[in-house]
Design a protein around this ligand. Structure first.
Ligand code: FEO
Length: 163
């Protein structure tokens, strides 16, 4: 059985993962509205990934006899500016999530919750990939600059992302 402090920390992280999903879903819709269907697809896949992250934490909590308390989700923005501005936000958001995961790991260490430590190893590795993906796209957008043709090419490439 997990202690109350650990349960609260995990419930907080579940809320952040589901908010991440909500944020990327809003970004996906915005890209679709902007005729960037490849970006929209990439972000929709990301939305699904974030839902899975939230579920993974929730399932661990339930497996350990914990209490799931889902918090309210704030409304994400509906406008995100240019793809460059948007992916600057994506990277910033992922860095924020990495910091949250690291803090959660600190709680698991302090509370001597070994199963949570093991479970969080997966998230720590995943955050390296999350930040790397966002950085790559952001750097590509910097290379694209004002070149509309290059933006369309990148949109096509991002549209290849599979669930
Ligand atoms: Fe669940 Fe994108 O971190």
């Amino acid at each position: 059985m997990m202690n109350t402090k650990m349960q609260t920390a995990i419930n907080d992280q579940i809320q952040k993962e589901f908010y991440s999903a909500y944020l990327y879903l809003a970004m996906s819709a915005y890209c679709e509205e902007s005729n960037l269907s490849g970006f929209a697809k990439w972000l929709k896949v990301q939305y699904h990934e974030e839902m899975e992250h939230g579920m993974k934490l929730m399932e661990h909590l339930l497996e350990r006899g914990g209490k799931v308390t889902l918090g309210a989700l704030a409304a994400p923005p509906s406008e995100f500016g240019t793809p460059l501005v948007m992916f600057t936000e994506v990277l910033k958001h992922e860095e924020y999530i990495t910091a949250n995961i690291n803090e959660l790991y600190e709680v698991a260490l302090a509370e001597k919750d070994y199963p949570v430590q093991v479970m969080l190893q997966w998230f720590i590795t995943e955050q390296v990939e999350e930040e790397s993906n966002a950085t790559t796209i952001l750097e590509q957008l910097k290379l694209v600059g004002d070149n509309k043709g290059a933006l369309i090419m990148l949109d096509k490439e991002l549209g290849q992302r599979q669930d």
